[in-house]
Design a protein around this ligand. Structure first.
Ligand code: NAG
Length: 344
């Protein structure tokens, strides 16, 4: 008999033990699920915006005529700066624009043309009737990027300002970067409250603009708050504050783009962003006009798309080239980065 008791006891203990193990496992599963949904709320927002971006990318079909996927204009390029407008214009093409026009000064035109036969280069920015010359093209453009390589010469800034005014009356999306932001810092009214306007400052340009509008030093410890304040002060225009993470807002919620980039920042990366943003802005506003995209602000969707793409290009280029990564390497990654993010 004692042997049977022993056997019984042994069985009891085994059953109890396996029950315990099952319970622990179950618990772990529950814990795991809880934990991952907890950490997901942030990524969830990214995924929302990622799927919104996917929904605005026009499919490639044979039915379209040339120009439907976007004709983008770049206002910039002068004697001192020829790389920036080239980077912005070629990025727009690589993202999927049909045509990229560069409106630059006479002495920059030959240089920019020589970088690429794919761009249309107009040597008009310093001509006496520059605004008139550019205005002729506006009806054919879907988005405008103002500032890459514009420089700070008064006459060029004045031309840029008048071109912005004309584009606003035509309801064209306008991206303002680099020296274009210098102009906005001097005269915020030029783009204030324009719902298809997007500013893409780096931290220094942002600080300058903030202090010009708020007449007080910025609290650098809370960037989310500062970027929201500035957007509201600019009439809820879409702001993209570039940095370790890109912050995007229209004065309401702030979305963060934290697609992994790299430690390497090259001069010209901002031009990849502004050029691609021109295309995304056109697509997003066209999609929104056609009823796609629920209630999201098209400018925010476009900004998220361009920021994600630029960061992904940086990441891929860095994997290939490490510390020797340049903007040209990033531009070569646009095709595969785009596919990876938005077409998979
Ligand atoms: C700007 O956005 C905020 C937050 O969405 C809103 O409360 C405010 O009314 C908006 N201002 C304008 C001028 O639309």
């Amino acid at each position: 008999m004692p042997q049977e008791v022993q056997m019984l006891a042994f069985c009891f203990i085994s059953v109890a033990l396996s029950l315990l193990v099952t319970l622990v496992c179950l618990n772990e599963k529950v814990f795991e699920r809880y934990y991952s949904s907890g950490s997901k709320s942030h990524r969830g927002m990214d995924e929302d915006f990622l799927s919104l971006v996917k929904s605005i990318v026009p499919p490639l079909t044979s039915k379209k005529h040339k120009g439907q996927d976007g004709r983008i204009g770049i206002i910039g390029g002068c004697q001192d700066y020829t790389g920036a407008p080239y980077f912005a214009a070629i990025s727009a093409l690589k993202v999927g624009a049909d045509l990229s026009h560069v409106f630059c000064t006479k002495d920059a035109a030959t240089v920019i043309k020589s970088f690429s036969p794919e761009l249309i280069v107009h040597p008009v920015l310093d001509s006496p009737n520059a605004v008139e010359e550019i205005d002729k093209w506006l009806p054919r453009l879907h988005a405008l990027v103002v500032g890459p390589g514009l420089g700070r010469e008064d006459s060029l800034l004045k031309t840029a300002k008048e071109v912005i005014e004309k584009s606003k009356t035509r309801d064209i999306p306008i991206i303002i970067d680099a020296d274009g932001l210098w102009l906005v810092t001097q005269q915020p009214s030029v783009i204030h409250g324009y719902h298809k306007g997007i500013l893409t400052p780096n931290f220094m340009e942002f600080t300058r603009l903030y202090e010009a509008l708020h007449h007080e030093p910025m609290d650098i410890s809370d960037r989310q708050r500062s970027v929201t304040q500035l957007s509201v002060a600019m009439g809820n225009i879409t702001m993209v504050l570039k940095g370790e993470q890109d912050l995007i807002t229209d004065g309401g919620k702030v979305i963060t783009c934290s697609v992994e980039g790299s430690e390497r920042r090259c001069g010209g990366q901002g031009d990849v962003l502004s050029g691609s943003l021109g295309v995304f802005a056109h697509w997003a506003h066209a999609a929104s006009a056609a009823g796609v995209g629920r209630s999201a602000n098209p400018s925010m969707v476009a900004a998220f798309g361009a920021c994600s793409l630029t960061r992904q290009c940086n990441n891929q280029a860095f994997q290939r080239h490490g510390r020797s990564t340049t903007t040209t390497d990033m531009i070569q990654e646009i095709g595969s980065a785009f596919k990876k993010l938005f077409e998979s």
